[in-house]
Design a protein around this ligand. Structure first.
Ligand SMILES: [Zn+2]
Length: 276
């Protein structure tokens, strides 16, 4: 059963580790989206960089909201076909900024294959190298590429900083593999999708709270338990960072713990992991 829709969100803070605020779905009201998130006690927030261009935009936005917005700098596997040596240099420069806290998102996506796999692998390896050099943690994306992703990552394991596998939707066995390596896992509204992601219930039940982080992955991954009346007209299908407490509520429900405990523990993990 999904968490109930009438949730009292207490006065605790939630940390959203993954928002695509530079998505064109937020073009017209990004500032209002940030304000609504702050109003819902969702801060700090980390903007996900998926290309050199939007990593640059994310870093600029983070500068406008010191202590509230942070950013990652990286190239999503979908964008790997545009990657070259110059893009890595650009990411390196962005990562010198204190508000740019993580390398990624980077990884492999063999589900949609928007870039050729050979280029995805090359682009991923270059960013692992960069993380080892810069010593900022990794924000990882893996979809339908578990075996290859792990074999590439393991080749670097000695020199790598810690990693979070964001938007985790894999199996319990895959979760255990990542936990054994010391990684954190990021969970989205997928946890409330009991049709498509029913298996996440056992993953959440198993997850040690001290290795869990939460994220909206907005504007994607709308939690199924969001109150209809909080959805904005014309944006009924757009997820927002303000909805992060619904992700926490599903986790609290599955683990049978207090919502505040999910908020407090995942915030503590994020602050430590990203040095916020
Ligand atoms: Zn991703």
């Amino acid at each position: 059963m999904a968490a109930t829709t009438s949730i009292t969100f207490m006065n605790v803070m939630y940390t959203d580790i993954g928002i695509n605020l530079t998505s064109k779905q937020f073009n017209h009201d990004a500032a209002a989206v940030v304000q609504r998130a702050i109003g819902a006690n969702v801060q700090p927030m980390i903007l996900t960089g998926t290309s050199t261009a939007n990593s640059r935009q994310g870093a600029a936005l983070a500068q406008q909201y010191p202590g509230v917005l942070f950013a990652t700098a990286g190239i999503h596997p979908h964008d790997a076909r545009h990657f070259n040596e110059e893009s890595i240099n650009e990411l390196r420069l962005l990562l010198l900024q204190p508000a740019v806290v993580s390398v990624g998102e980077c990884g492999l996506d063999f589900d949609r294959d928007f870039s050729p796999r050979s280029l995805q692998e090359e682009c991923y390896e270059a960013q692992l190298q960069l993380a080892a050099e810069i010593k900022k943690p990794l924000f990882l994306h893996e979809r339908a590429a578990f075996a290859r992703f792990n074999s590439i990552t393991d080749n670097f394991s000695t020199g790598l900083p810690n990693a979070v596998v964001h938007c985790f939707t894999g199996t319990l066995q895959e979760a255990k593999t990542y936990l054994d390596k010391g990684y954190y896992l990021g969970f989205t509204g997928a946890v409330s999708d009991v049709k498509r992601f029913a298996h996440l219930k056992e993953v959440i039940a198993y997850m040690p709270m001290e290795r869990m982080m939460i994220e909206t992955d907005a504007p994607y991954m709308m939690p199924k338990n969001v109150d209809r009346q909080v959805l904005l007209p014309h944006h009924e299908r757009r997820n927002e960072p303000a909805f992060l407490p619904y992700v926490a509520a599903t986790i609290a429900h599955i683990k049978n713990i207090a919502l505040a405990d999910v908020a407090i523990q995942t915030t503590m993990n994020a602050k430590k992991f990203f040095a916020l």
